[in-house]
Design a protein around this ligand. Structure first.
Ligand SMILES: Cc1cc2nc3c(=O)[nH]c(=O)nc-3n(C[C@H](O)[C@H](O)[C@H](O)COP(=O)(O)OP(=O)(O)OC[C@H]3O[C@@H](n4cnc5c(N)ncnc54)[C@H](O)[C@@H]3O)c2cc1C
Length: 447
């Protein structure tokens, strides 16, 4: 039997993006139906670092979740040859971020959304189709207990990186598989810093480690997709810069504790709004998790959509289009930064090595530290600032590429310098152009 129901907005997906969007829209006075197929939160894994901007976004919605996790004070990046550099949030005048188990954060946000007076939660059902009309959209929702058609003024696709809603609504999307990440839980005493997100890199491998509460820490190791390394094999995949304490902690992992595995991919849409459907969170774009930015971006999406709707409450389609236009450059900067870093961190050619070392040396300077942490934590999200930062790093890259074995004389030095600058600039600009091209979106979603 088919029921017909009416609401202002249907949100498909009750993850971080969908739950936050439900809270934000409800506070903007919008009637929301939040549709989530899964029935439990406790088995969820995903992002666990929320940058200060994400915390501030939640605070704007009246949510203070700091007690549920541990304070985190930015990144500590370790490179095989160049040593380590700290990028504290305080360098760009930010307070602490939050490290929190994903399931815990999700449960708190979903519970908060469920308690909002004008949010109706539908669990155990998912969005399976939609018909767009000139002034509204009919959303088909189905589950084991039946199906219904909901007439809404807007459908929000918050159903994650493999979004079905994105596909059903015909968004132009590009997807590229990147790697696989294996995740293990170790005692937090294994970390060099108890309050930082650690990033260990060399020219081939990336590992990420951070505390999730007072006792435990997550270690994530990036490797080729298709392989399923055991806990012991994971140790061989750690970059050289990863300290012995983490290696020992992984050695002590019992085989039966197992590893969680996630595929990483770059997904981009050229525009996050199509008809009466708008995408938020991972559905609207995903990148490699090394910048830990997905959840902060999801909370920004939720706030930005709610603000656009509050400005144009009579036409939610136009409000969603305006939100999608406003977030475009923010999303471009986020995805381009992660894509650039992933390429530089996993490529051992002399050019990438030069850029990697140059980046470490830049981040070691006062100005570079401010630029670096502002971009990583998304307080700076304008594309031209990413370009500016990259240009500084390209200049520094020259020194790292040009290390002659023997004295060359003035003319020889000059020619070698010109050659080095050409190589680094050509490579740097190719990297940037490639990142922006990838994000331009020139294919149909085949996910
Ligand atoms: C290994 C790893 C580490 C990460 N680390 C970080 C980090 O430290 N910091 C950070 O900010 N980000 C991190 N991320 C990214 C972060 O996890 C995501 O950006 C974030 O969880 C996305 O939330 P979301 O709500 O958009 O999507 P999801 O969490 O995927 O939620 C989508 C929801 O939609 C539901 N759904 C699916 N299909 C339908 C349908 N047809 N109808 C209705 N509902 C549907 C699903 O059940 C799910 O609840 C990491 C990601 C990975 C893989």
């Amino acid at each position: 039997m088919t029921d017909h129901i009416a609401t202002d907005v249907v949100i498909g997906g009750g993850g971080i993006a969908g739950s936050t969007a439900a809270i934000a829209l409800s506070k903007a006075g919008v009637q929301v139906m939040l549709v989530e197929p899964t029935l439990r939160s406790d088995k969820r894994y995903g992002g666990e670092i929320l940058h200060p901007k994400g915390l501030a976004n939640l605070a704007e919605l009246g949510l203070n979740l700091s007690a549920l996790g541990a304070d985190i004070d930015g990144f500590h990046v370790w490179e095989d040859q160049a040593g380590d550099v700290k990028l504290p949030y305080a360098a760009s005048a930010q307070g602490p971020g939050l490290a929190i188990q994903h399931a815990r954060l999700h449960a708190a946000l979903f519970a908060e959304a469920s308690q909002c007076s004008n949010v109706t939660v539908v669990r155990g059902m998912k969005v399976i189709g939609m018909v767009d009309h000139p002034n509204c959209i009919d959303v088909m929702v189905a589950g084991k207990c039946g199906r219904m058609s909901v007439r809404a003024r807007l459908l929000v696709g918050a159903d994650g990186s493999r979004s079905q809603i994105r596909k059903l609504a015909g968004f132009v999307c590009r997807r590229e598989s990147l790697s696989m990440v294996s995740m293990a839980t170790v005692p937090s005493s294994a970390l060099p810093d108890s309050d930082c997100a650690h990033l260990f890199v060399d020219g081939e491998r990336i590992a990420f480690a951070y505390p999730i509460d007072g006792m435990r820490a997550r270690v994530m190791v990036d490797h080729a997709s298709g392989t399923a390394p055991s806990p012991q094999e994971i140790i061989d995949l750690l970059p050289a810069a990863c300290p012995t304490s983490i290696r020992k902690a992984l050695c002590n992992q019992r085989e039966d504790q197992g590893l969680r595995r996630f595929l990483t991919s770059l997904v981009s849409v050229d525009h996050a709004c199509c008809g009466h459907t708008v995408l938020v969170g991972d559905a609207s774009g995903t990148c490699h998790p090394l910048t830990a930015s997905g959840m902060t971006a999801a909370t920004s999406d939720a706030l930005s959509l709610a603000k656009a709707i509050a400005e144009m409450p009579d036409d939610l389609g136009i409000a969603a289009t305006s939100h999608a236009a406003r977030r475009k450059s923010r999303q471009l900067t986020r995805l381009a930064l992660a894509t650039l870093l992933h390429e530089i961190y996993t490529d051992s050619t002399p050019r990438s090595t030069a850029l990697r070392r140059a980046m470490m040396s830049d981040w070691g300077s006062v100005a570079g530290q401010v630029h670096g942490i502002s971009l990583l934590s998304m307080t700076e999200d304008r594309p031209h600032q990413l370009l500016r930062s990259m240009t500084r790093i390209l200049y520094r890259g020259l020194a790292h590429l040009h290390t002659p074995a023997a004295p060359l004389g003035l003319a020889g030095e000059f020619l070698a310098g010109v050659r080095a600058s050409k190589t680094v600039f050509r490579y740097g600009t190719a990297l940037l152009t490639n990142s922006y091209r990838l994000l331009g979106g020139n294919g149909r979603d085949t996910a």
